[in-house]
Design a binder for this molecule. Structure first.
Ligand code: 5GP
Length: 126
């Protein structure tokens, strides 16, 4: 069920619980501001989720409220993880779902990194 991205941040969302260590995760990268971990239901051979540690509901919320430093750090880390995972030469895909039409299911901003095989057309038609 997609979330409503205009609602206030829900501190009990699943990624908030992962950040608090209440639910285990398969960590790919972590620093003071960012956590990257493997998606529990991978849609490609490489499927990593990158999240900021701040309380941001969605890309919309993050881009409106986060500091320039937070945004720059987050974007640089997404790129760095793509490089360290060896994804640049074969290519990869980034995705951030927002709200209902975007089919966002977890109400903490996350960027998906997909790779490891040709990913096909950008989006299903219909
Ligand atoms: P969304 O549809 O919100 O963009 O994507 C949410 C993603 O979170 C899905 O790909 C789903 O498989 C992943 N996910 C949901 N719950 C968990 C969890 O507990 N652990 C991990 N690692 N991924 C999760």
């Amino acid at each position: 069920m997609p979330i409503d991205p205009t609602q206030p941040y829900d501190p009990d969302n699943i990624f908030a619980r992962i950040l608090r260590g209440e639910i285990p995760n398969d960590t790919v990268y972590e620093d003071e501001h960012v956590l990257a971990f493997k998606d529990i239901n991978p849609q490609a051979p490489v499927h990593i989720l990158v999240i900021p540690k701040g309380d941001y509901v969605s890309w919309d919320d993050f881009s409106a409220k986060a500091s320039d430093a937070e945004i720059a750090h987050f974007i640089r880390k997404v790129g760095e993880i793509g490089r360290t995972q060896g994804l640049v030469e074969p290519g990869y895909r980034l995705l951030a779902n927002v709200g209902g039409h975007g089919h966002q299911e977890v109400s903490h901003l996350h960027v998906h990194i997909f790779g490891g095989r040709p990913l096909g057309p950008m989006i299903a038609r219909g």
